[in-house]
Design a binder for this molecule. Structure first.
Ligand SMILES: C[S@@+](CC[C@H](N)C(=O)[O-])C[C@H]1O[C@@H](n2cnc3c(N)ncnc32)[C@H](O)[C@@H]1O
Length: 336
């Protein structure tokens, strides 16, 4: 197991091929074409409008990395591809390639050396924390399916404890809005205030309409750091937001959040939270590199670090919970 082995070097240096191959298969709708049953490279090439050689090589590659199975010359979907990458599946999430593997994001990885030397993003104006960061609308349009398990989990937690209550919920940096919207769907008396930049809230508003909760859905556009949150919230959601900022900014924002809550209210924080060793579990731990490449000061904070920030903001009761089927963890903090 610990024998020196150069294979990992070769595999890691050409790991960009995996990104390219999966992105191409999503764009060409290969997984959707296979949704009805196995096909060989000839039939798939016809269905997807490609060359036969290109399709055979792409499908063999996708078989090697675990998205397809191959029997004789026919390819079929693995369970993961069938559930998440066939456009006819209700759990389809191929759209996430539009953000996760966007050219603007991938280009930043051409100079990891530079970002490591500098200690932060090489993107202009603080990268993803810049007010005009171009990809937030794309995030809102494409990433909702990936957040669904966590949104359901949070809504269930809230509904279990507060069934029948008239809850006021603030969704800070709401993006697609699905965290607040899912609570509104589960709790007919919940009122949601969605906060984000105006251009992003247009996507959340559309999603609220589709979910039929628009009557209980209010928009609060602006910069979360300066906009007036209002007060008397039962819950404030901070999902996938604090990781963009340094500790001082997180502290300031958490204090503002605490003042906007009812005395018995709670903040629900969802994020990539690695273990204290910072190298496990893999998805949460490696998210720190994403923050190095795209922000000046962001990080994948540990629970101990979040507890310190929350305590400094005046929260006294902090609990961490794993979210099933998600790499993220929840921290729920209240005053009481
Ligand atoms: C990673 S997304 C998270 C969206 C959603 N909360 C989720 O968990 O999927 C970050 C969101 O923060 C918003 N955002 C970034 N900086 C902000 C700021 N200063 N004030 C308000 N929203 C901001 C972006 O527009 C984007 O929608």
């Amino acid at each position: 197991m610990n024998e020196p082995n150069p294979v990992i070097i070769f595999e890691t240096l050409n790991a960009f091929q995996r990104t390219g191959a999966l992105k191409a298969a999503i764009e060409l709708k290969v997984f959707t074409a296979l949704g009805a049953g196995p096909l060989d490279a000839n039939s798939l090439a016809t269905a997807c409008g490609t060359s036969v050689r290109g399709m055979r090589i792409l499908c063999d590659y996708l078989t090697v990395i675990g998205f397809l199975e191959k029997a004789h010359a026919a390819y079929s979907l693995t369970p993961t591809a069938a559930v998440f990458l066939d456009q006819n599946s209700p759990h389809y999430m191929g759209s996430v390639a539009g953000f996760v593997a966007a050219d603007e994001i991938m280009d930043t990885y051409r100079d990891v050396t530079g970002a490591v030397r500098h200690g932060g993003t090489l993107l202009p104006g603080g990268g993803s924390t810049h007010v005009d960061f171009s990809l937030w609308v794309e995030f809102a349009k494409t990433m909702a399916p990936m957040m669904k398990p966590a949104a359901d989990f949070i809504a269930n937690l809230v509904a279990e404890k507060h069934a029948g209550s008239r809850l006021r919920v603030l969704d800070v940096a709401a993006g697609h809005g699905m965290f607040g919207i899912t609570i509104a769907e589960q709790m007919p008396d919940a009122e949601i205030v969605a906060q984000d930049y105006q251009r992003v809230l247009a996507v959340a508003e559309q999603n609220a309409d589709i979910a039929g909760v628009q009557d209980r859905y209010t928009l609060l556009p602006g910069d979360a750091m300066s906009v007036d949150f209002g007060s008397d919230y039962d819950f404030i959601l901070l999902t996938n937001f604090l990781h963009h900022f340094g500790v001082d900014t997180c502290n300031t924002l958490l204090k503002k959040v605490r003042f906007a809550l009812k005395p018995q209210g709670a903040v629900i924080l969802l994020d990539f939270i690695p273990n204290e060793d910072r190298v496990s579990p893999p998805t949460a731990a490696t998210f720190a590199l994403t923050m190095l490449m795209s922000t000046d000061q962001g990080d994948a904070y540990t629970f101990a670090e979040y507890k310190q920030m929350l305590t400094a903001a005046g929260f006294s009761n902090n609990q961490m919970v794993d979210v099933p089927n998600s790499p993220s963890r929840l921290v729920i903090s209240s005053n009481a």
